[in-house]
Design a protein around this ligand. Sequence first.
Ligand code: NAG
Ligand code: NAG
Ligand code: NAG
Ligand code: NAG
Ligand code: NAG
Length: 434
Amino acid sequence: MRIKYTISIVFFVALVIIEKENNIISRVSDKLTLKQTPRTPLQPSGFSHILLKHNGSFTSLGKIDSAFTLMKRRLENYSEHQEVMTRGRKHILLLATTRTGSSFVGEFFNQQGDNMFYSFEPLWHVEKMLTLDTGGTNATAAAKAYRDVLRQLFLCDFSLLESFIDPPPVDHITTALFRRESSSSLCEESVCSPFIKGVFERYHCRTRRCGPLNLTMASQSCLQKEHRAIKSVRVRQLETLRPLTEDPRLDVKFIQLVRDPRAVLASRMVAFAAKYKNWKQWAVGGDVPIEDDEVRKLKGNCDNIRMSAEIGLRRPSWLRGRYMLVRYEDIARFPMRKATEMYRFTGIPFTPQVKSWILKNTQAAKTSGVYSTQKNSSEQVEKWRFSLPFKIAQVVQKVCGPTMKLFGYKFVSSEEMLTDKSASLIEDKMFNFS
Ligand SMILES: *[C@@H]1O[C@H](CO)[C@@H](O)[C@H](O)[C@H]1NC(C)=O
Ligand SMILES: *[C@@H]1O[C@H](CO)[C@@H](O)[C@H](O)[C@H]1NC(C)=O
Ligand SMILES: *[C@@H]1O[C@H](CO)[C@@H](O)[C@H](O)[C@H]1NC(C)=O
Ligand SMILES: *[C@@H]1O[C@H](CO)[C@@H](O)[C@H](O)[C@H]1NC(C)=O
Ligand SMILES: *[C@@H]1O[C@H](CO)[C@@H](O)[C@H](O)[C@H]1NC(C)=O
């Protein structure tokens, strides 16, 4: 008997030490999860039984006991998590900003097939509803709304999103869901109610004729899918989404997509000509006023992107295994390789449908419209260097310098260097994540 106790105590002390090493316990729990062995000999209730039974002889072990209780609770927490994980359901959030190729990368998940419920920019409605007279939003209020809507959508619950749709859905039916047709999940047979003549739906399905969107049907279809993916260009700070990682019902994976800010600005000046008319004026003549609101906004965007990435790359425990950084330029140049990496990161099988979609859509010679995802992507990646004037590039380098450095985008010091296509402005850079 004595040997038995000694063994338990030694085992205990070892476990307590492990508990103190946060890293190790996480790794242990990760391994447990991977191996899918929920009831191994580590199962704690056996030991607590011994302790309770022999309270008297272990009075000096009070501290160990309380540490043990804490650990036990944590293990229970992990095994709760494990239940979700062993079912293998993944919740992917593709985080980007506009003109970074996020529609294109979103297609990697939209094309996945019957396993995936993909939502395209659902937060568009939230941002629109929360836009103030000033044209901006209250960042704190918006961040909270974004997070809560994302959480619900990952759980296939559209009710909070409905409260942001204008005009409000009636009986969960809406004709106003933004870019419905960009989500193949919302145009499937099972989400396609009978077409009603005379009812106008701006973002109607292209693949089949459907009536207005019945969100109850969408929710039911979503619940049938194994995985869920959402693309959004609206979240400003990754840290605001931390509660999603702590929700035991979710297994969230964040993919942050970034792009050279000079290329982003060049692209926005074309795609959002009205909004960027100041930049266009500066491009053709005069000096760029560095104290201008537009310039400040650009700096704010760059800083948000950089801060989110810095948190992700620092690998805090709440993000471990949940964060991946991807550069648009790498996807454009090596789409298949990057898609494979992204799928490996998410833990979802990379299907032949996705592969063939990527092949088809990265080698086409013609482009068709500003929102097109179909382009010769190798060619596309350097094009901006001939449309952005050097002085504008300089302004971007000035206000987005730290962001560019972090992601490995080279600065140019002259017009010649900007337009010298023989010298790439993209450093080879590996981002460690996991
Ligand atoms: C064992 O310890 C717990 C708390 O430490 C106490 O509540 C319980 O009464 C003790 N049992 C015995 C049999 O001493
Ligand atoms: C277990 O998880 C809950 C929430 O899921 C949390 O409030 C609690 O602090 C966790 N307990 C431990 C010991 O980590
Ligand atoms: C933004 O919203 C938060 C919470 O909703 C509120 O407390 C705060 O006062 C608002 N800030 C401004 C500047 O309106
Ligand atoms: C929407 O779909 C649900 C579930 O299929 C159904 O019960 C409901 O009647 C539909 N709503 C309308 C207005 O057709
Ligand atoms: C795409 O562009 C690259 C670089 O200009 C070129 O080498 C390649 O042949 C192009 N591919 C197609 C299919 O047009």
